[in-house]
Design a protein around this ligand. Structure first.
Ligand code: SF4
Length: 136
């Protein structure tokens, strides 16, 4: 039938059941996009990692996660020159203040907008990834 639906929500759990692909946005910009399996089990952007780590309803997908609590505040001025997430990012480097990151392809269908991915741990701390797929 070739039908595509876009489901916009703050509820990551529901999105993980409903959607084949997830795009995570921060202040109106997509920071990570990929298959649901990839984004939920291997969150790679620092914002996605924090987001996934605090959603308790995802425990049937990922267990023993360390909660990631972000410092800093959202920059409401929207006068950004560099990375949109720089005010809150625990992995930021000097160049993040001045350069907006391009998308980096992690897997065939998994893209992350972060120029320091080599410093961001893959997945979540103390992760235990279930074999079953989050969507049927
Ligand atoms: S580009 Fe820099 S500030 Fe932006 S998410 Fe990556 S490490 Fe953090």
């Amino acid at each position: 039938m070739g039908l595509t639906m876009m489901f916009i929500t703050h509820d990551l759990t529901t999105a993980s059941y409903m959607c084949d692909r997830i795009a995570v946005m921060y202040q109106g910009e997509i920071v990570e996009i990929g298959t649901t399996q990839e984004v939920i089990n291997y969150p790679s952007h620092p914002y996605t990692r924090a987001l996934v780590s605090v959603v308790t309803d995802l425990n049937h997908f990922i267990d023993n996660r360390e909660r990631i609590i972000l410092d800093g505040e959202v920059d409401a001025t929207m006068e950004k020159k560099g990375c949109i997430f720089v005010n809150r990012c625990p992995f930021k480097e000097e160049h993040c203040e001045h350069h907006s990151p391009d998308f980096i392809q992690k897997e065939e269908n998994h893209f992350v907008a972060c120029s320091c991915l080599d410093k961001v741990p893959a997945g979540l701390p103390k992760e235990q990834i279930f074999d079953k797929k989050p969507v049927s």
